[in-house]
Design a protein around this ligand. Structure first.
Ligand SMILES: [Mn+2]
Length: 300
């Protein structure tokens, strides 16, 4: 099907700078490989980010200002039957892409591949960094301030699965339990294997839904292998497991309706290690999205 790459260059959701430079760099790397359409959003240069430690709502209005046109553009393109591949940016931009997909497709599920669960609220956040709140916002679990632009379905917590988590705040755990989100930790991946965990994740996110949104945060990978992220967490998954997750997604591409790859921070990368992994992941998804629907199943 027709694909569109959407660059979302914002790091307003985190106090560390650099993720806003990720999309331009990755889109540049993909030139020559990708001939399809693309659009790019970059945060305004005149914004002075809040770094005030006591600010629990860091850059809230600026993020809303960034996400509103991003959301509208993705909804518009999805109505024209494009498959959107969003490149972040910190994870706060995904409130726009995931809810745009829900607006277009109706009741969908979501698989959130991330070292963090991003399930804080404005009440529970310790840092005030909004990239720790988006999944709760997408689930309609408080945080309505982050989705003013959205007037469609939210994604049900019961159809929401986190994969690869290993850094969850105590209050966040309560939020997840209260909402009813399924969480597979990094340890679960190590014990059960990628195949088994993803099988279960797809079963939950795909149960009676009209498709699945995939949101892939590069910090799920061990920082020894992929250091180019803003908030690294040790003891992550290996590069091989990171690719296996993507390959599982490729096998089930007929169920996938939209995809994000987020949190690449070129200022934190070493020897372009993370960049290379990001490009490989994106290249696979791009080809699979382009081929989506091309071969029709024939029943004899
Ligand atoms: Mn995240």
């Amino acid at each position: 099907m027709k694909t569109i790459i959407v660059g979302a260059g914002s790091d307003l959701g985190v106090h560390i700078d650099g993720a806003h430079l990720g999309p331009v760099q990755l889109m540049n790397d993909l030139k020559g490989f990708y001939q399809g359409e693309s659009i790019s959003f970059i945060q305004r240069e005149d914004i002075i980010k809040s770094r005030n430690l006591s600010d629990r709502r860091k850059n809230e209005y600026e993020i809303e200002e960034f996400n509103t046109p991003l959301y509208q553009a993705i909804v518009e393109k999805m109505k024209q039957d494009y498959f959107p591949i969003l490149i972040g940016g910190d994870h706060s931009v995904v409130v726009a892409s995931a809810l745009a997909s829900a607006k277009k497709n109706g009741d969908i599920g979501i698989i959130w591949i991330d070292a963090h669960t991003d399930y804080n609220t404005f009440e529970t956040t310790i840092t005030g960094n909004i990239h720790g709140l988006p999944l709760a916002a997408i689930n309609g679990y408080k945080n309505h301030e982050l989705r003013y632009f959205h007037d469609g379905n939210i994604i049900q917590p019961s159809k929401t699965v986190v994969v690869g988590a290993r850094s969850i705040d105590d209050a966040e755990k309560d939020n997840l339990r209260y909402a009813g989100v399924t969480v597979f930790t990094t340890q679960d991946i190590k014990e059960k294997g990628v195949e088994k965990v993803l099988e279960e994740a797809f079963a939950i996110a795909g149960y009676k839904t009209k498709g699945i949104h995939i949101s892939y945060d590069l910090d799920v990978i061990d920082p020894e292998v992929a250091p180019g992220v803003s908030i690294p967490e040790f003891d992550g998954i290996s590069e091989e497991e990171a690719m296996q997750i993507n390959e599982f997604i490729l096998k089930r591409m007929n169920e996938v309706v939209s995809y994000d790859l987020v949190e690449f921070n070129p200022l934190r990368d070493l020897n372009r290690k993370t960049e290379q992994i990001a490009v490989n992941l994106l290249a696979q998804i791009i080809r699979a999205a382009e081929n989506k629907g091309k071969y029709q199943k024939i029943n004899y």
